[in-house]
Design a protein around this ligand. Structure first.
Ligand SMILES: Cc1cc2nc3c(=O)[nH]c(=O)nc-3n(C[C@H](O)[C@H](O)[C@H](O)COP(=O)(O)O)c2cc1C
Length: 244
């Protein structure tokens, strides 16, 4: 625990301040109910336009876990974890997500006008976001938005597929953080990792180069009793925060 911060006896703040990136785990089985709770917690995170543009691969079977741990460059947290979560930004899910959300709105009795409005916004969103073949549409969009920008205050939409993947990665990272805090709250520990062979791991999971990007892998387990974490360091608050 970071003793400099009073967490006011609040369990959520305690989980946030206790969390460390743990480098060695002891072997424990994560019960299915706990697994589901962690994954549900991840999904509770906010996402851009509520598109939830990610897929989380929970890898627990020993053979697959070993294979993924090797692709995480055999790092100790990966090799000793009870489970590994590969968090993937997923652009391939957008159309289906919109279909599922409008089906849910229909079942939930939303007025027809609201459903039409949602479907229209989702369609326009997809058009505005998509780069199109050879990024031709992306370039056209860029020219249009840059011109409009001279005249008014507007945000730039993603232009390239890389921009799109960056957009999806933000929501993915928030889901990852939720999952890590939830793990802490139920007495487990985690280590987020970006040390992995992205190409081989993507191939292993059958991901597409066009639609997917692995954002991080999270090792989950119970901290080994013999593991001694280094003291935690953070930059001075003035180096991180500007209050205006
Ligand atoms: C995006 C990201 C990637 C990381 N990659 C690795 C990694 O590959 N291996 C590792 O041991 N730790 C990794 N870490 C953990 C950081 O080193 C750790 O969070 C940082 O040193 C601060 O320590 P603390 O989380 O215990 O406060 C990563 C953390 C983040 C957020």
């Amino acid at each position: 625990m970071n003793t400099k911060t009073d967490t006011l006896g609040d369990p959520i703040l305690s989980a946030i301040f206790q969390r460390r990136a743990i480098k060695a785990f002891e072997p424990v089985q994560i019960p299915v109910l706990t697994r589901d709770l962690l994954l549900q917690s991840a999904r509770q995170a906010p996402s851009s336009f509520n598109t939830q543009p990610y897929r989380l691969y929970w890898v627990e079977s020993p053979a697959q876990r070993d294979a993924v741990a090797k692709l995480c460059l055999s790092q100790n947290p990966a090799q000793t974890a009870s489970a590994l979560v590969v968090a993937v930004a997923d652009l391939g899910s957008l159309r289906r997500t919109a279909e599922m959300q409008s089906a849910w709105m229909r079942q939930s009795g939303f007025p027809a006008s609201k459903i039409r409005e949602y479907e229209r916004t989702a369609r326009i969103g997809r058009i505005i976001f998509m780069p199109g073949p050879l990024n031709l549409f992306g370039r056209l969009k860029e020219a249009l938005f840059r011109t409009l920008h001279i005249l008014m205050t507007i945000g730039m939409p993603p232009i390239t597929r890389q921009d799109m993947l960056k957009w999806a990665s933000k929501s993915t990272a928030l889901a990852c953080q939720n999952l890590m805090i939830a793990a802490e709250a139920v007495g487990l520990n985690t280590c987020p990792m970006e040390g992995f062979d992205g190409q081989r791991l993507a191939r292993y999971l059958g991901l597409s180069q066009k639609c997917h990007e692995i954002v991080m892998v999270i090792a989950i387990g119970k901290k080994s009793p013999s593991y001694m974490a280094q003291p935690q360091w953070r930059r001075p608050i003035e180096a991180t925060v500007t209050v205006l």
